[in-house]
Design a protein around this ligand. Structure first.
Ligand SMILES: [Zn+2]
Length: 145
């Protein structure tokens, strides 16, 4: 039943963000958007979502393409596999999660340009330090945190 192909579409957002999940439907805050399905793998990959350390879900058709925002519009529950809206989502808007909600360690740390006043700048998993900074001295350290 969820996610229905007519409700969501994986499309290219732009060259920077790559692919994302676009909503074709309207959702109010607090609505159930979808139940996630995927293959369970033991190692982190580019499109996996962490269920627990050493256990990741690989969904190459839907949930693996959620974009990151420091002010997300969806929340993931990796135990019930549910995706819930945190705010109103209008047709034509992308779905944004906070990668640090599920991931202890990111497949790849990156600099966020989400334009939120809550933007953390350099994005890491919830249990890792910004190691990639050492290899990227041009990153503005004042935005880290
Ligand atoms: Zn951000």
């Amino acid at each position: 039943m969820y996610p229905r192909a007519c409700d969501f579409q994986v499309v290219r957002k732009d060259d920077n963000a790559g692919l994302g999940v676009l909503s074709h439907r309207h959702f109010y805050a607090g609505e159930l958007l979808a139940i996630m399905h995927g293959k369970i793998v033991t190692e982190i990959r580019q499109h996996t979502l962490q269920i627990e350390p050493g256990k990741h879900m690989l969904d190459k058709y839907f949930a693996g393409y959620f974009l990151h925002s420091c002010e997300p519009n969806i929340s993931l529950d990796m135990l019930s596999n549910t995706v819930t809206s945190l705010k109103e989502i209008k047709p034509g808007q992308f779905l944004y999660m906070d990668y640090a909600q599920t991931e202890s360690v990111l497949f790849k740390q990156f600099f966020c340009g989400c334009d939120s006043t809550k933007c953390r700048g350099w994005i890491t998993g919830k249990d890792e330090s910004p190691v990639a900074l050492l290899a990227a001295p041009d990153v503005d350290a004042t935005k880290i945190g």
